[in-house]
Design a protein around this ligand. Structure first.
Ligand code: SF4
Length: 305
């Protein structure tokens, strides 16, 4: 653990636990288990936390809090879903106001099962989280190498957690434009993206082993339309041509299309200008649904290839 010159700080949040798991988390701090002997400190401030440990399933009330805490934590960070409720919704999964496990809202790195999760299992989960934290830090350090060595390649199933985390970082600025944090890319879970992966082509942009961009697409054979979606670039890498290269990769993979189609928010000026520079033209605008001011602007490009 060369990186950790200080103790790992953990933030614990109860997303709607029955308190069974919370009691076990507290047990970890008692003299019997005494995690502080490993230097682990429990903090109440997300800006100081390295690890977010969540108990309970996420409900309508706590969804926004979970997202807020997560986005306030500095990179690199690790999320530990503790107990079967945090993992999948558990016995509350079918309740009217339950969204599901924590990964319905934010990316999860470590799952600790059990009802309630045992202190030994929680400590084991935290130790796993430390290893992941170290690897994330090393990957970020490696990024300093630069854009010249960027590789665009088809993504693999094991890339999906990293792509999902990137998607949630990238779409945050989009959500801020409309003050709407309920948009689908921010709510997508691992299960959802795995389903997409079965049906779509996925590309990743990699610099020094770290995924800094991604795009996906699929061909509607009936209409001959190649749909391009979730084109995301890490905010540190905007304006360096990554988006254009990934768009080209998806279009090439969907070369059988007669036309390509994308959509973006109607006020998302940067996205609209980007797609216009890539040859797309707006052809339809429609409301997303009740409860949001956001409208979808559809853009198309004829495939002359
Ligand atoms: S996993 Fe069990 S103990 Fe933990 S919050 Fe859910 S119901 Fe309670």
């Amino acid at each position: 653990m060369a990186y950790f010159h200080k103790s790992p700080w953990i933030m614990h949040y109860d997303a709607s636990s029955c308190n069974g798991c919370d009691i076990e988390v507290l047990a970890c701090l008692t003299p019997l288990y005494d995690v502080e002997r490993f230097g682990v400190i429990n903090t109440g401030n997300p800006k100081h936390a390295d690890i977010l440990l969540i108990t309970g399933s996420v409900n309508e009330q706590t969804r926004e809090v979970v997202e807020n805490i997560y986005h306030q934590m500095p990179e690199p960070k690790v999320v530990v879903a503790t107990g079967i409720c945090a993992t999948s919704g558990g016995v509350f999964a079918e309740c009217y106001n339950i969204q599901g496990g924590v990964d319905k809202v934010i990316p999860v790195d470590v799952y600790v099962t059990g009802c309630a999760a045992k202190p030994e299992a929680i400590i084991d989960g935290v130790v796993k989280a430390l290893g992941i934290l170290e690897r994330k830090y090393e990957a970020m350090q490696a990024l300093a190498g630069g854009v010249d060595q960027m590789i665009i390649a088809p993504a693999a199933a094991e890339d999906l957690p990293e792509i999902l985390a990137l998607q949630k970082i990238a779409f945050k600025s989009e959500a801020e434009i409309y003050n709407d944090f309920s948009m689908a890319p921010l709510r997508q879970s691992m299960t959802d993206i795995q389903t997409d992966f079965q049906k779509m082509v996925f590309f990743k942009a990699v610099i020094n082993g770290k995924i800094v961009g991604s795009a996906r697409g699929w061909l509607d054979k009936e209409s001959g339309t190649g749909h391009v979606g979730r084109l995301v670039v890490h905010p540190y890498f905007h304006g360096r041509g990554l988006g254009h290269k990934m768009l080209l990769a998806v279009e090439t993979a969907l070369a059988a299309s007669q036309r390509f189609e994308v959509f973006t928010g109607h006020k998302s000026k940067r996205n609209i200008q980007f797609f216009e520079r890539c040859g797309y033209k707006p052809f339809r605008q429609e409301k997303v649904g009740p409860g949001t001011q956001r409208e979808r602007l559809y853009m198309e490009k004829i495939n002359h290839a």
